[in-house]
Design a binder for this molecule. Structure first.
Ligand SMILES: Nc1ncnc2c1ncn2[C@@H]1O[C@H](COP(=O)(O)OP(=O)(O)OP(=O)(O)O)[C@@H](O)[C@H]1O
Length: 259
């Protein structure tokens, strides 16, 4: 299988004297779940910020389905098909669960302020259609979240907030979805449910790929098809978890942090 949806080539960024990401080349194949691991401060989140257009690379390239997207603004990259979640929640706490998903769909809806003012009927119909679509999406991800679609996002427990963030990212109909430490703060039961969600999404949405930064080795050892290890901004390993965990460089990077 060689059908990369995402490719980074020698991707680097420097903050003053610190090279936070150093010539990282990696691929994510279509329908693949790629795990990214590495010690704290290794450059994993920075790598995601480079791919999603939040940071601009000092050198290197990012390709989505073979086309360079480097240098493009974050909103355009979402529109082209890369969605993500963040380590810290970006939900709108004062909006309902359903409204948060509708907001995630905004790249796929085209109702503007002018249209809403000049053609309120048409804008209303579009919004109703968006609400219906968001409801169906939510229902497919979690019947329980769907049942609570009118609840304020701020009132949800942590695991459901994470789930809602994934639903919101999916609402942009991405080809690739990047999750930054999705299981942080979760217990084993919630982490199992999260893994189940990801597996189900890959089965139900043909061709979707995941890039997942994680520290939880229980998840890393069972969910990703392949794992990339980052240390001091560099890629030091790329392969099956069972193989890379035995590599001396990886063991050394994790000295004191059991792999
Ligand atoms: N905007 C920035 N300005 C300066 N330095 C930064 C910036 N963003 C990240 N860094 C530095 O880059 C390095 C990599 O940070 P990053 O957050 O990507 O690591 P990480 O692997 O995601 O860590 P963690 O697992 O703890 O989340 C760190 O030394 C961090 O302090």
């Amino acid at each position: 299988m060689n059908d990369p949806v995402l490719e980074t080539r020698d991707l680097s960024i420097r903050f003053g004297g610190l090279v936070a990401v150093d010539k990282v080349s990696l691929t994510v194949q279509r329908s693949e779940i790629l795990g990214i691991i590495g010690p704290n401060g290794a450059g994993k989140s920075t790598l995601l910020n480079l791919i999603s257009g939040i940071y601009q690379a000092t050198e290197g390239d990012v390709l989505l389905e073979g086309q360079s997207i480097a240098g493009q603004p974050a909103h355009r990259i979402v529109k082209k098909g890369i969605a993500r979640t963040f380590q810290s929640s970006r939900l709108f706490n004062d909006l309902t669960v359903l409204d948060n998903v509708i907001i995630g769909m905004h790249t796929r809806t085209d109702t503007g302020v002018l249209e809403a003012l000049l053609m309120p009927g048409r804008a209303k119909r579009k919004l109703e259609a968006a609400a219906e679509k968001a409801g169906a999406l939510l229902n497919a991800i979690s019947k329980d979240l769907y049942a609570r679609r009118g609840t304020l996002a701020g009132a949800l427990p942590q695991a459901d907030r994470r789930r809602l963030e994934i639903a919101r990212a999916l609402a942009s109909e991405p080809k690739l979805i990047m999750l930054d430490e999705p299981s942080s703060g979760m217990d084993d039961r919630d982490t199992d449910a999260l893994m189940e969600d990801v597996r189900r999404i890959t089965q139900e949405r043909a061709g979707i790929s995941f890039l997942i930064i994680e520290h939880d080795m229980r998840l890393v050892s069972s969910l990703p098809d392949r794992v990339v290890v980052i240390d001091y901004g560099r890629k030091i390993a790329d392969g099956q978890f069972a193989d890379i965990r035995r590599m001396p460089d990886v063991q050394e990077a994790y000295l004191g942090q059991k792999v």
